[in-house]
Design a protein around this ligand. Sequence first.
Ligand code: PDD
Length: 280
Amino acid sequence: MALAYCNGSFIQSDEPAVPIDERGHQFGDGVYEVIRVYQGRPFMLDEHLDRLFKSAAAIRLEIGHDGESLKRIIGELTQKSGLSDLDLYVQATRGIAPRNHLFPACPASVSMTAKPFREIPADARAAGISVMLHPDERWLNCWIKSLNLLPNILAKQAASERGCLEAVLVRDGQVTEGTSSNVYMVKDGAIRTAPLSNQILAGITRMAVQRIAHELRIPFIEQSFTPEELRQADEAFITSTTTEVMPVVRFEDGSLVRDGKPGPVARALYERFRAMTGQD
Ligand code: PDD
């Protein structure tokens, strides 16, 4: 159980709060963010809120709060949770109205949950993860952090059933991203990842990693690559708010990324990322 916020009230996350006619429930008609709080401080909060407002504007949703108001609620939820390290989930939907596809004339619903974050065990991180290549069956507005995650869920489930932690999505012969992460390969000392476009989410961790790469003078090339290039990479890794920087060492067919061990570039990025988030 976790502490939650729903349209002005602080409640427990298992309390009934969402009516059947809530549009997030009926249509997935909303947008969301996942934000990590380290030692009481939300990491890159301005960037997350900026992306939330961009997603909302893209679906013509007026959230009904400005950034300062959301920050106040996030601060209060964090404080009331009594936790210092947590995953904050923020969701805004088109509100509560009898089911009809057309936009209703009602205020948006805003809800949040604050959960202790699940630390990935050090040995699992040290071993790296396996991924499964999977067709990218999503729509063409993947830059919007929409609640509609059915293709992501199906791909991640398929990956899990093959013993993999993430599905790496492939569209038109190019790797786009993961179901809930951005994907990178390293070749000859340079990082490569898909350029920002409507086909991927502009990850906040991606932004952090790009800054770190710049600091460490590691070339960061925003250029798509094929599954074959990924298989031939010196290193591969994924990033997201919840996995941070996670090495990819194996594919679903048992083939390895180079020697099947996390590489030095992913390690250096992760170490610097930990320092940035005050984890050292
Ligand atoms: N997912 N791409 C997709 C499709 C994602 O859903 C996410 C994040 C990312 C990485 O973005 P960021 O670095 O800002 O977390 C990329 C979150 C964690 C989720 O849905 O749980």
